[in-house]
Design a protein around this ligand. Structure first.
Ligand SMILES: [Zn+2]
Ligand SMILES: [Zn+2]
Length: 348
């Protein structure tokens, strides 16, 4: 792999490296010093000597990482200097505590956005533009076909589906990834419709969100309910991999739906075998990716994690300087590594 360089960052096999500061950002392999953007497992990996992350994500990260991991936490907007490089975290709007990493050295500023989205989310602070010389963006959904609807409309249709299913005496199973998506779904549910239950993997995340001060509606962990309970009219928020397993038998007559950005694509919806799909993503869509880049107005954009080559080519065509850091095609059925987590966490 060819190394792509900027005075503040290099793309290496272990991930983005700051040579002056001697640390990695979201390294793919264990390293001495890791700066971590958020608690998803493809960003916060085990085995590093020392971690630095945004204070706002502390509960989630500690839940995700080994108990003896060495963490330093820094609140949004505060700076620390490491080997002369000023490091600070700024809200990324992706999940609770998710951060963009800003690096500054001798007047040069680089921002690694991590995963991010624009627009409101009641479970985390909103993304804010950080002007910079180099902007590193993800491209998970960077194709013109991906354009998200307003989240209020999505939640209104989720609640309509729940109400109708409850009227038919069914239990709703709503699938979202364990950390971030599930809690955002919970925050958008209308608790007056019926009782809300959580799958075990979701429940762990819910506890970390509540400990961090995020308000979520009242929920009951399914594992604490007697096997013979009646779930008609209830809503159960679960990880996608629970679908089709013996775990879901207890709910009787169910209507199942998946909430993900991938639900925009019909084939994906069919593969998941859920009855319905709601298009709800915690990543930027095509339009907001371009808007974010305009707002940060960097001299150079690096693109990774997704449709890198396509976005880089488009940016170059409109007069920006952009480089794709990876040329790999998009895996089209998982969002983050959350899909992988949910496989491990399928048993409550
Ligand atoms: Zn993520
Ligand atoms: Zn990611």
């Amino acid at each position: 792999m060819e190394t792509i360089r900027h005075p503040l960052l290099e793309s290496t096999e272990r991930g983005l490296y700051c040579p002056i500061g001697d640390f990695y950002i979201d390294p793919r392999r264990p390293v001495e010093r890791a700066v971590v953007t958020h608690a998803h497992t493809d960003h916060a990996r085990w085995g590093c000597k020392q971690y630095l992350s945004a204070k706002e994500g502390e509960h989630l990260l500690r839940m995700r990482m080994s108990p003896d991991a060495q963490f330093d936490f820094l609140p949004y907007g505060k700076q620390v200097t490491h080997h002369g490089v000023r490091v600070s975290f700024h809200p990324a709007g992706h999940i609770l505590g998710s951060a963009q990493v800003r690096l500054e050295y001798r007047g040069q500023i680089a921002v690694v956005a991590g995963d991010y989205k624009l627009g409101p989310d009641p479970t985390c602070e909103s993304w804010e533009p950080v002007p910079c010389d180099l902007f590193v963006t993800e491209s998970t959904f960077a194709l013109p076909v991906y354009r998200w609807q307003d989240q209020d409309e999505i939640f209104a249709s989720i609640n309509r589906w729940w109400r109708r299913s409850a009227d038919e005496g069914k239990c709703c199973l709503l699938y979202g990834y364990a950390v971030g998506k599930s809690q955002r779904l919970l925050a958008g549910l209308e608790p007056s419709i019926g009782p809300i239950y959580t799958h075990g993997a979701v429940e762990k995340g819910v506890q970390a969100y509540r400990a961090s001060g995020v308000h979520l509606p009242m929920t009951t962990y399914v594992g604490e309910v007697k096997q013979k309970a009646d779930f008609a009219g209830a809503m159960v928020v679960a990880v996608p991999s629970a679908h089709g397993t013996p775990w879901m038998r207890r709910f009787g007559n169910v209507s199942a739906a998946m909430a993900s950005g991938w639900m925009m694509i019909r084939g994906t919806r069919r593969r998941r075998a859920a009855d319905r799909g709601f298009v709800l993503s915690d990543h930027v869509d095509w339009t907001t990716t371009l808007k974010a880049i305009e707002l940060c107005n960097p001299q150079q954009v690096w693109v990774h994690h997704g449709y890198s080559a396509i976005l880089a080519r488009y940016l170059n065509s409109i007069g920006r300087t952009a480089i794709a850091l990876d040329q790999t095609g998009r895996r089209d059925d998982s969002e983050d590594d959350e899909g992988k987590d949910s496989v491990q966490e399928a048993t409550e």
